[in-house]
Design a protein. Sequence first.
Lengths: 494, 311
Amino acid sequence: MATAQRSEEIDRAMAQAAEANPPYDEMHAPDGSVRPHFAALARRLAAMDPGELDERQRTLERFFLLQGITFTVYGAESTTERIIPTDLLPRIIPADEWARIENGLTQRLQALNLFLADIYGERMILKDGVVPRELVLGAPSYRREMQGLYVPHQAYANVCGSDLIRQEDGAYAVLEDNLRVPSGVSYMLANREASKRTFPGTFRLAGVRQIDRYPDLLLSTLRSMVEWRPNPQVVVLTPGVYNSAYYEHAYLARLMGVPLVEGRDLVVHDNLVYMRTTTGLRRIDVIYRRVDDDFVDPLTFRRDSSLGVPGLFNAYRAGTVVMCNAPGTGVADDKAVYAYVPEIIRYYLGEEPILPNIETFLCREPSELNHVLANLDKLVVKAVGASGGYGMLIGPHATTAQREEFAAAIKADPENYIAQPTIQLSTAPCLIDGEVDTRHVDLRPFILSGEKITVTPGALTRVALRKGSLVVNSSQGGGSKDTWVLAETGVDPS
Amino acid sequence: MMLARVADSLYWIGRYVERAEHVARLSDIMLTATLDRAETAAQVARIALSAVGEATPEKIANPFESARALALDRLEGNSVVTSLARARENARQVRDQITSETWERLNLVHLRLSGATAAKSFNDGSSAFLHDIIADLHLFKGAADATMSHGEGWRFLLLGAHLERAQLIGRLLEVCFGRGVEQLDHPTLTAVLRMSCALEPYLRAYTADVRARPILEFLLLNAEFPRSIRFCTDEIEAHLSMLSRHAEAVHVGPERLAGRLKARLQYADMGEIERDGSHAFLEGVLAECGEIHRGVYDAFVAYPLEMRLPA
């Protein structure tokens, strides 16, 4: 792999590349007028003085700290806890836009589940040559242990969080699918509590769709995965209190009213899974696991895992317990497989994709490789196996030497690289140091699939807190804000 | 039915919160005593320090430093900050099992003690600081009582609290009266009553007749005072017998021990205790508390798996 640009450098380069085209502004039309669905909020903001907003921001931060909605930073001297930065101002999505997102995500997840059932079953899509065989079977996230296993309703990815972005023209596109153990839903729910407190009047009048049924829907989705026992026992499996998403695991368990277990609480005996309770061992039917594939069972996957349960995968194979999401779903959100998702939708559903992908060139295809090499100065090149900005080239802002180095690396190992045009994220108003300013945002809605597919009408809007930056990941200085999905289009509530 | 690990955590939250409250109170009383005569101050410091750890001559001679260490020293195993950090860590692990109201109280007092301003607050007004901590812990207990279901989890919390309390008061009495009952002066005896939060209830029961023997009797055998050892053993027995009712498996261990200890205190006679020596009696009580603790583990938490597979 070529020596990549460093991550801050990449962030800066991506931001510069995006500057070339003005981003889509969520709140203002190009003529500077406020878009109708933001009108009520804009009036409310104009009526508040900045000190008031600042004070509400502090109240909110205190609320998060008190509730323990924090992540722990382990330092040399002392350990401190920080809250995830949360922005008070909601992002608002009108009903017609949401309808398109909802249909698009439902269609996409339907197709991806069918794809997973197929590649772990008959492999028709590979035989028909629609997706290259070695791309799927050679992916590190492909689990041959899943071959031929029965998964109820063919629902492999029971919980999916897809990342959407809005390009310059305002069109939504899918940047990435998360089918492994997506997180962030607790922030979606906590942000809603916060924005209700901050803008109660505006919230009431706007006709915002409810999201608080998410825990119920999650529980019924998980229960629908058991067809053979009434009242199945559901548990949430967490890596433990030191995991950065621990708050979310506890939160979901509490709101679903099911036990939150760790690997050490479970035992497998005769292919049945039990939890250790004060009154002896109790049988478990469904595990909503927030532990990665690699760590769920040291006998099947990583041997050095102490987070998992020895023998769990065998019990799963024997059909006595359900794991949600199924192991091996990661192959469907692989960076290279991503490029084929539109084809996958056409293949299984015979429909055109409702939500487009970001245009992606696969260097493994000779014609696309030539295009990439000829246009290195315009493209973003990513190594397939890497994430978080490693192994990346931002063509327009790389030096000639860096481009040459990458070109050599791509030629040496074309299968490992994909390329995309520079992306742009829309901007939304945010409260920054007491002033309203704009920042780039993306959108992560949550989709549940069991007996049926449900898209919760809300999302986690992630915010790149640094001016101009496109990096929204919470591990790299991103924050989040509430997302209001309106029940009706074109209603000005005033 | 609840996870064994969860029961274990709730039990320890109860223990650590009780310990934190006791240590905060002892630390406060040790500081207040420095306003008294030097001999009394040293005597009170010796009692307080021995009751929760080790009383070295150096520690006795520096009551302010010792009190601060008991409150805020993270390296001190029994300090308030350590106990509360552990209680809160346990609470985080069972966050789904306790109500938000209960969690908030504990989280708040933890943040206050471990925050950057804690040392300054202690220096500016140690008594007010410790007083607030104790009041916060009372709020925690109140929130648990008023908002948690009074089921299995709540019982493990209270079992831990009462077992810890019996042992803390037992150790305090052992330090004060283990070697005979008539050596402490009046201000010291008043301080001992304050350490067990018993001054006002004692005065109502015995009037202002502050003497060692009735104090020992009150703190050992009073049926109504919540910090007497008898009261604690009643509670321990009540919670354990309710907990065993949930369990299908018959385990005689901890309930039997708790029932026996309860009866021992219920039918104890002060004259007999004095004749045989209060030291022997207190030793016996503390040893049985230790056995109950181990019994709880064997019965509910760390049982062998092969015994508990469903049929």
